[in-house]
Write a protein that binds this ligand. Structure first.
Ligand SMILES: Nc1ncnc2c1ncn2[C@@H]1O[C@H](COP(=O)(O)OP(=O)(O)OP(=O)(O)O)[C@@H](O)[C@H]1O
Ligand SMILES: [Mg+2]
Length: 254
């Protein structure tokens, strides 16, 4: 479904990714782990098409299309969805306005209001968020955890095929984490889709039953394994991974 072949990525003249490869098949869940500042959010934004990130070589093929030739809107219409690590506020544009317009564009016809509202209300109930969120500015004044759930509301409404979850678990309390994982599992069992998840914690990877866990270092994936790799990281940190040397309490260098 998504094949990243040997890409190099720069931002602000700084090379973040080099020789990065990843192959995700339909219905698979892949996780990327790695120390802070190593490039995990970078790869998420590159797949989504953030124009600040310059891909200087390599290719990204999604659903048989060369997405490096597509802008972020085209990628979203093709079914790629990014749940950002820090979702931004868009004051003045409500969830309902944005989602009805996005859905209407996707379907090529205005979505009937009754049907739209009914679906929104059902999802709010499922995610345990107040119905008032429907008509609130996008993420406006919402807490960190509420933002993650609000973005999940977008996911359910837009029904993407390739889902990128960048630290969806950060800011969620234990009950919310459970609701969010159950919701993602329900989405996955009712939709053909693939998921790329970034997290520092094995707990969510277990709850989502990740198929593969990758460790990112020195601009590319240095090790791939299953959930036991995430547990090893939790127990031992990143010091035992090849190519990584600890230079200070939370910093590693290749
Ligand atoms: N817009 C930018 N301008 C300059 N440097 C940037 C920019 N965006 C990212 N970087 C740098 O790129 C590197 C990778 O950042 P990235 O956000 O991908 O890290 P990460 O692995 O997601 O870290 P974390 O676990 O803390 O979320 C960092 O050194 C970061 O400072
Ligand atoms: Mg990040």
């Amino acid at each position: 479904m998504l094949k990243i072949d040997n890409i190099s990525v720069k931002i602000d003249q700084k090379e973040i990714l080099k020789g990065f490869n990843l192959d995700i098949k339909l219905n698979e869940i892949h996780a990327i782990m790695g120390p802070n500042g190593i490039g995990k959010s970078t790869i998420c934004k590159v797949i989504m098409g953030d124009p600040d990130y310059i891909v200087s070589s390599g290719s990204i093929i999604y659903d048989a299309k060369d997405i490096l030739k597509m802008d972020v809107t085209e990628r979203a219409r093709a079914g790629i969805f990014l749940l950002n690590q820090s979702p931004i506020e868009i004051p003045g544009v409500t969830n309902a306005e944005m989602l009805r317009l996005a859905l209407s564009q996707k379907q090529g016809a205005l979505v009937p209001i009754f049907e739209f509202n009914k679906k929104m209300e059902e999802i709010c109930k499922k995610l345990d968020i107040p119905k008032s969120f429907i008509h609130r500015g996008i993420n406006e004044g919402m807490s960190g955890g509420e933002r993650k759930k609000n973005e999940l509301l977008h996911l359910w409404m837009l029904e993407p095929k390739f889902i990128i979850l960048d630290e969806i678990d950060s800011g969620l309390d234990v009950d919310s984490l459970k609701i969010v994982c159950e919701s993602i599992n329900e989405y996955k069992s009712s939709h053909d889709c693939s998921i790329l998840i970034v997290s520092h914690h094995p707990e969510i990877l277990k709850m989502l039953k990740c198929d593969y866990v990758h460790v990112l270092s020195n601009g590319h994936i240095v090790q791939t394994g299953n959930l036991s790799l995430a547990e090893k990281i939790e127990n031992e940190g990143y010091k035992s991974f090849s190519g990584l040397n600890k230079v200070s309490e939370n910093t590693y260098e290749a």
